[in-house]
Ligand binder design. Structure first.
Ligand SMILES: Nc1nc2c(ncn2[C@@H]2O[C@H](COP(=O)(O)OP(=O)(O)OP(=O)(O)O)[C@@H](O)[C@H]2O)c(=O)[nH]1
Length: 365
C-alpha cells in the first residue's frame, strides 16, 4: 500500500522591500560550504512545472531530505506545495497592474523586477538554510519569456549562477510534442536558454504517463529518424525545421534529458541523478565564467593602455600646437602660385589655391 507523507507548511522567510547594496558575488560559491544545488524550473505554460515541483518536493520530504522552495510566480492563485519564500508575500501583482496601468504579463514582469531588487535577501536566506535542505527549487512564472528574457530573470539567473551550484531545468510537455514541428520549437526555446545562461541543463520530458518519451529521445539521437517523422508533415515549415534540427545536434550533446511523470512520480530518481551530474558540471561552468571575465578584464586593461598611449601621443602633439597658439604664432601660409597661371606679379590666388601648413607634412620640431 502506498504511504502518504504529510508535509507541514514551513515557517515562511519573508523578503522585505528595502534599499540594499547589490549582492556580493565576487567570492563565488564555496565548494565545501555551499554544496546544496539550486534548480531553476522553467518551461512553457502548462508544461507541468508546478506539478513537477510538487512531485519533487513530496519525494524529497518522503526521503527526509526536504528542499527549500521559492515561488517566483506572482500570479499563481494556489500553490500545491509548501514554500519557504513566496514572491506574493513581497509584491502584490494585482496592485502593480493597477498602479502602473499594466496588463497581466506586464504586471508579472514588473512584479518580478521589483522582487529581483531584493534578491540579495533571498541569497542570504538560502545560505542560512543550506544545511537543512537537500535542494533549492525555484518555480518560475507560466509565461516562459517573462522569466528567461527579462532583465529580472537575467539578474536572478546570473546572480544565482555565480553564488550557488545552479542548474536550469526545462520542463517539456511530452504529450504535446509528438508533432516534430512543435517538438522543434520547444527545443529551440530550450536551446536559446542554454546558450543564454550556459548553466548545466536538464530537459525534463514530463507527462510520460500519457506517452513514453522514447520517440523524443530517438529524434534527439538520430537525425534521420527525426527527418523521417518530419517527411510526413505537410506543413511548409518542414524544410526550415529540418535545417534547424541539424543546428541542434550540439545542443543535444550538451544536455541531460530524463523522462518523468509528475503525476505518478516515475523518473524522479533519474532526475535526481541528473541533478548530481549537473552539480559536478557546474564547476566547469564557473571555471568558464571566471576565464571569460579574466579575458574581458585583460582586454579592458589592454584597451585602456592603448587609449592612454594614444592620448599621450596626441597630447604631446597638442602641447606643441597649443604652445604655438599661446605664443600667438599665426599659422603660416605658403602660397604655391604657378607663374604660368597667374603670371608674374599676377592676381592674388583664390583661397582654394592656398596650401595651409596644416595640410602639409610639417616638421614640428
Ligand atoms: N497526465 C499528466 N498530467 C500532468 C503532469 N504534470 C502536469 N500535468 C497536468 O498538466 C496541467 C498543467 O500543469 P501545471 O503544473 O499547472 O503546469 P505549469 O507549467 O505549472 O503551468 P503554468 O504555471 O500555468 O504555466 C495540469 O492539469 C496538471 O495536472 C503529468 O506528469 N502527467
Amino acid at each position: 500500500m502506498a504511504t502518504k507523507t504529510v508535509i507541514n507548511e514551513p515557517p515562511r522567510d519573508i523578503i522585505t522591500p528595502q534599499v540594499q547594496a547589490s549582492p556580493d558575488t565576487s567570492s563565488g560559491p564555496n565548494k565545501t560550504l555551499s554544496p546544496t544545488p539550486c534548480i531553476l524550473v522553467v518551461g512553457m505554460a502548462g508544461a507541468g512545472k508546478t506539478t513537477f515541483v510538487q512531485r519533487l518536493t513530496a519525494h524529497l520530504h518522503s526521503k527526509a531530505a526536504p528542499p527549500y522552495v521559492i515561488n517566483l510566480d506572482p500570479a499563481v492563485l494556489k500553490l500545491p506545495y509548501p514554500v519557504n519564500i513566496d514572491i506574493r508575500d513581497t509584491v502584490n501583482y494585482k496592485e502593480v497592474m493597477k498602479q502602473y496601468g499594466l496588463g497581466p504579463n506586464g504586471g508579472i514582469m514588473t512584479a518580478l523586477n521589483l522582487f529581483s531588487t531584493q534578491f540579495d535577501q533571498v541569497l542570504q536566506y538560502i545560505e542560512k538554510r543550506a544545511n537543512e535542505h537537500s535542494l533549492v527549487i525555484f518555480d518560475t512564472p507560466g509565461q516562459l519569456e517573462v522569466f528567461t528574457w527579462s532583465a529580472s530573470g537575467t539578474i536572478i539567473t546570473d546572480t544565482l549562477g555565480l553564488t550557488l551550484p545552479t542548474i536550469v531545468v526545462y520542463v517539456l510537455d511530452t504529450s504535446r510534442s509528438v508533432n516534430p514541428t512543435t517538438f522543434m520549437s520547444n527545443m529551440l526555446n530550450a536551446c536559446s536558454i542554454l546558450y543564454k545562461t550556459t548553466l548545466p541543463f536538464i530537459l525534463v520530458m514530463n507527462k510520460c504517463d500519457i506517452i513514453d518519451n522514447g520517440f523524443a529521445v530517438e529524434w534527439m539521437k538520430d537525425f534521420t529518424v527525426f527527418r523521417q517523422a518530419l517527411s510526413q508533415e505537410t506543413s511548409f515549415m518542414s524544410n526550415l525545421v529540418q535545417s534547424m534540427s541539424l543546428a541542434l545536434e550540439e545542443f543535444y550533446s550538451n544536455i541531460s534529458s530524463v523522462g518523468v511523470s509528475s503525476l505518478t512520480g516515475a523518473g524522479i530518481n533519474e532526475f535526481l541523478a541528473a541533478v548530481d551530474k549537473g552539480r559536478v558540471e557546474y564547476w566547469d561552468y564557473l571555471a568558464r565564467r571566471k576565464k571569460i571575465s579574466e579575458q574581458r578584464e585583460r582586454e579592458m586593461k589592454e584597451k585602456t593602455i592603448d587609449k592612454l598611449t594614444e592620448l599621450k601621443k596626441q597630447s604631446g602633439k597638442g602641447t606643441k600646437l597649443k604652445l604655438g597658439l599661446d605664443l600667438a604664432v599665426q599659422p603660416e601660409y605658403e602660397y604655391e602660385i604657378e607663374d604660368d597661371i597667374y603670371g608674374v606679379g599676377g592676381e592674388s590666388p583664390d583661397e582654394g589655391d592656398l596650401v595651409h601648413d596644416e595640410d602639409l607634412d610639417l616638421d614640428e620640431s
